[in-house]
Design a protein. Sequence first.
Length: 200
Amino acid sequence: MNIIVDYGLGNIASVSRAFEKVGIQTKISSNIDEIKNADSLILPGVGAFRDAINSLNNMNLVPIIKEHVEKGKFLIGICLGMQLLYEKSYENGEYEGLGLIEGSVKKLDIELKVPHMGWNNLKFNKDDEILKYIKEDDYVYFVHSYYINSSNKELVAYTNYEEIVPSIVRKGNVYGIQFHPEKSSQVGLNILKAYGEMIK
């Protein structure tokens, strides 16, 4: 079963509907046993990093998520869920993340309007299965004020918004998507479809 982790800060219903549209069955759950036994995990998220990581810690989900990844099973983080995959965030303080990917979360310190909100296009950095149904310069929908700062060795696709904004990342069986695929029309659905084919 593909479990959408319900830790209180995710746009979980819309994410679930998007997966359903491409024929991927998911279950929304906060149950420890169901999350432990999941074939793959989907970690959505909206809001503040601090609240999200505190919620995951309070629910004792951090070691379970790490164990899931160590077993070689797939995990995808969406929006704030992607940022949680990294080692540290500097959003309104300094907070430890899941540490599944090297790097940190920093504020967009740019002249352009923040938050980065609306449609922007994707540039490809490397070939990856998750890109199989989309093409370079396809547009997706963003809403965020913080972005990933790392070596970019995990970078699959990015967006230019004065800074290079990592938009899709991958480290082994761990994926992250900064934009909202569930709000990105057919392009977003095509990305979820490609991911779904990997986890079947």
